[in-house]
Each structure stands twice: as structure tokens, then as C-alpha cells.
Design a protein around this ligand. Structure first.
Ligand code: 5RP
Length: 219
């Protein structure tokens, strides 16, 4: 990512900080934009004291920032989830999972009352699918699932050498033009061996904070 891209991500992350009620317990996602958000939290001690996290990497950063990381099972309710995305549409449908944390991200997004997605303006698209769609699979089902994705017109590529925090593998599916994200998410969820599809359409973001060169747009 360029210095310009980083400053857009930082701007979106900073805007998310403004949405947090002091002392709230929040959900925190994964990725370089979220890392800027955690940096912003670290610069405001006490703003967030407890969080649930979508990855071991974010958990380590949160703890280093003095924030306690809770198990989602300990919480009866979660008001706010902050996370990035790889692509987003005007309908706030997302592709996520570039960092491989899609399963825990989807769980936390589903638990949260409000999902605020922080992105730079390069991630806004008319139609999802230019960014290869990450799909987390049970390792023994990788080839079986890949054949079914190929039959549906995708080009699945195994993210070799990468193991998710859940011990699974990722297929990055190229060549999809996703005109109906909800329908595709529903359809792919039926394939045995798939753990999580990186399409967030059934549960889209509630708000997009889009960092541009000059400002942050709210969508
Ligand atoms: C991780 C994700 C990230 O939110 C997504 O990959 C965006 O990352 P970045 O902020 O580094 O561009 O879904 O699984």
C-alpha cells in the first residue's frame, strides 16, 4: 500500500474512534486499516478497555495497547464492530478475508448490533468480484470444494502455506462477477466443506467510513 493509501486508511480509522462511547466493549476486526484503528485506540487510553477480536494478530495488538481481549461467549450483547474490507458496494455488501480472518469476522459481525466498516476509497466498487473471493475450507475438502467452484465459473486458487486461526485453508476465487451477492452467498454456503464465504451480504455493513485524500465519507 502506498503512503497515500495508508493516510486514507488512517483517516477512516480515526473517524471510527469518534463513534465509540468511552468505556464501551467493542468488536475489532483484522488488517492494516484495523491496525491503524488499534493504534488510535492506543493513543486514547481508556476509550476502550475490553474488546472481542477477529484474529490472533489483532488480539496481540490489542493486548499490547492495554486492552483486554474477551471471548465472545462472555458477552450477552455487542453494540459495535469495527472492521475493514477488501471491496465494498454502495449497498454496503462486502468482500472480506484478504487477511484470512473471515470466519471470526463474520461471527462478530453477526453478533454486533452495528457493523462499521472502515476502508479507503480504492475499495469502493460497483460490482464485487475483482478482488478474488476468499473462502475458508476444511483442509480435507479443499479439492472437492475447488471443483465445485470451478463448475460455477470461478477460478479457485489455494492460498498455499496459509493456515487460518481455525486450522483451515483458504481458496481465493478469481473471475467471479458478483451481480447478486446475497444469492451467491446463500448458494456457496450450501457446499459441504466450506466453512465461511468471504461475502458479507446477508449481513452487510451498517455504515461505511470511506477515507479519501481529503476527508472521510459516510455511506
Ligand atoms: C481480513 C479482512 C480485512 O478487513 C481486509 O482484508 C482488508 O484489509 P486491509 O485493511 O489490510 O486492506 O477481511 O480478513
Amino acid at each position: 500500500m502506498t503512503a497515500d493509501g495508508d493516510s486514507k486508511k488512517r483517516r477512516a480509522a480515526q473517524a471510527a474512534l469518534e463513534l465509540i462511547t468511552a468505556g464501551a466493549t467493542i468488536g475489532v476486526g483484522t488488517g492494516s486499516t484495523v491496525n491503524f484503528f488499534i493504534e488510535a485506540l492506543a493513543a486514547h487510553p481508556g476509550r476502550v478497555q475490553r474488546a472481542v477480536s477477529s484474529s490472533e494478530a489483532s488480539s496481540a495488538r490489542l493486548r499490547a495497547a492495554g486492552i483486554a481481549v474477551l471471548d465472545l461467549n462472555e458477552l450477552a450483547r455487542l453494540d459495535l464492530y469495527i472492521d475493514g474490507a477488501d471491496e465494498a458496494t454502495a449497498e454496503r455488501h462486502l468482500i472480506k478475508g484478504g487477511g484470512g480472518a473471515l470466519t471470526r469476522e463474520k461471527i462478530i459481525a453477526s453478533a454486533a448490533r452495528r457493523f462499521v466498516c472502515i476502508i479507503d476509497d480504492g475499495k469502493l466498487v460497483q460490482t464485487l468480484g475483482t478482488f478474488p473471493l476468499p473462502i475458508e475450507v476444511i483442509p480435507m475438502a479443499r479439492s472437492l470444494v475447488a471443483r465445485q467452484l470451478t463448475a460455477r465459473g470461478g477460478r479457485p486458487v489455494w492460498r498455499e502455506g496459509f493456515v487460518t486461526d481455525n486450522g483451515n485453508h483458504i481458496l481465493d476465487v478469481h473471475g467471479l462477477v458478483i451481480t447478486d451477492p446475497k444469492a451467491l452467498e446463500r448458494e456457496l454456503n450450501q457446499i459441504t466443506g466450506i466453512v465461511t464465504v468471504g461475502l458479507f451480504a446477508a449481513r452487510p455493513a451498517d455504515v461505511l467510513l470511506v477515507g479519501t485524500a481529503q476527508a472521510v465519507l459516510t455511506r
